[in-house]
Design a protein around this ligand. Structure first.
Ligand code: HXC
Length: 258
């Protein structure tokens, strides 16, 4: 498939999506969102792909939804089409692990898209923010919800109410990102991390993702039960048998991803 606004590559067992609208700092126009959806469909249908990386440019992961595209929308346009649920939520609904590798600006919808991913790896140049208030609107793709869960109420309120950007160091300190790496090694580190995940059993990593994600949706009691049942279900997998057998035999497991 060919895409206009992204570059799609396969690196061993990892699918790589590079946002590619440099003239607009990767602003997330509708066509770009459709492209991402297509690439994720392609990767999810490919058994060879076991982890996915989404990245941008040195200057910007994404500077938000495309403001120029949104400028002429009226209430009925966004309400009737349920802007932004179509397409945007494709990232959050991906069942394979997704890493956001963020350098430069991750603002508004860009920050929200990074937060839809499972792990955020930040370059030391990364800047996160929800500046929607400065253009007369509010976050619409999870900024008030996922940011609050990640960094707590006070900091999320401050960021959403003032548009202040958070640098990479602060983002790591407050739990928004997993790790900060030098900008020139961001992609290598992201691919290494994705490669590590891809080296394990695919159904098991999907179960980890489902289980951790459920912790946002459920009470502790329900979440613990969900986790326990998922744990039990791994005993139906060949890979669970192989993993434990390989440990006992002091050799590397040979996972078949089933
Ligand atoms: C459309 C954008 C854009 C955006 C940047 N550009 N951000 N176009 N939508 N979100 C364009 C600029 O218009 C400019 O185009 C080019 O990219 C380079 O940007 P500059 O502003 O010249 O760069 P710089 O001075 O370095 O400033 C960088 C910046 C600034 C701080 C990131 O561009 C900025 O504030 N952007 C908007 C950030 C924002 O408000 N995001 C939230 C959007 S609302 P030209 O043609 O002039 O060269 C949102 C809501 C999501 O995301 C809700 C769910 C969908």
């Amino acid at each position: 498939m060919s895409y206009e606004n992204i570059i799609v590559e396969v690196k061993d067992n990892v699918g790589l999506i590079t946002l590619n609208r440099p003239q607009a700092l990767n602003a997330l126009c509708a066509a770009l969102i459709t492209d991402i959806g297509g690439a994720l469909d392609q990767f999810e249908n490919d058994d060879n792909i076991r982890a996915i990386v989404i990245t941008g440019s040195e200057r910007a992961f994404a500077a938000g939804a495309d403001i120029k595209e949104m400028a002429d929308y009226d209430y009925m346009d966004v309400y009737k089409n349920d802007f932004i649920t179509k397409g945007w939520t494709r990232v959050a609904s991906c069942r394979k692990p997704v890493i956001a590798a963020v350098a430069g600006f991750a603002l508004g919808g860009g920050c929200e898209m990074a937060m839809m991913c499972d792990i955020i790896l930040a370059a030391d140049t990364a800047k996160f923010g929800q500046p929607e208030i400065t253009i007369g609107t509010i976050p619409g793709a999870g900024g008030t919800q996922r940011l609050t869960r990640a960094v707590g109420k006070s900091k999320a309120m401050e960021m959403c109410l003032t548009g202040r950007m958070m640098d990479a160091e602060e983002a790591e300190r407050s739990g928004l990102v997993a790790r900060v790496v030098p900008a020139d090694s961001l992609l290598d580190e992201a691919l290494k991390l994705a490669g590590k995940i891809a080296s394990f059993s695919a159904p098991v990593s999907m179960k980890v993702k489902e289980s951790v994600s459920k912790s946002y949706e459920m009470t502790l009691t329900e979440g613990l039960m969900f986790e326990r049942r998922e744990f039990h279900s791994t005993f139906a997998l060949d890979d669970r048998a192989e993993g434990m057998k390989a440990f006992a035999e002091k050799r590397k497991p040979d996972f078949k991803h089933r």
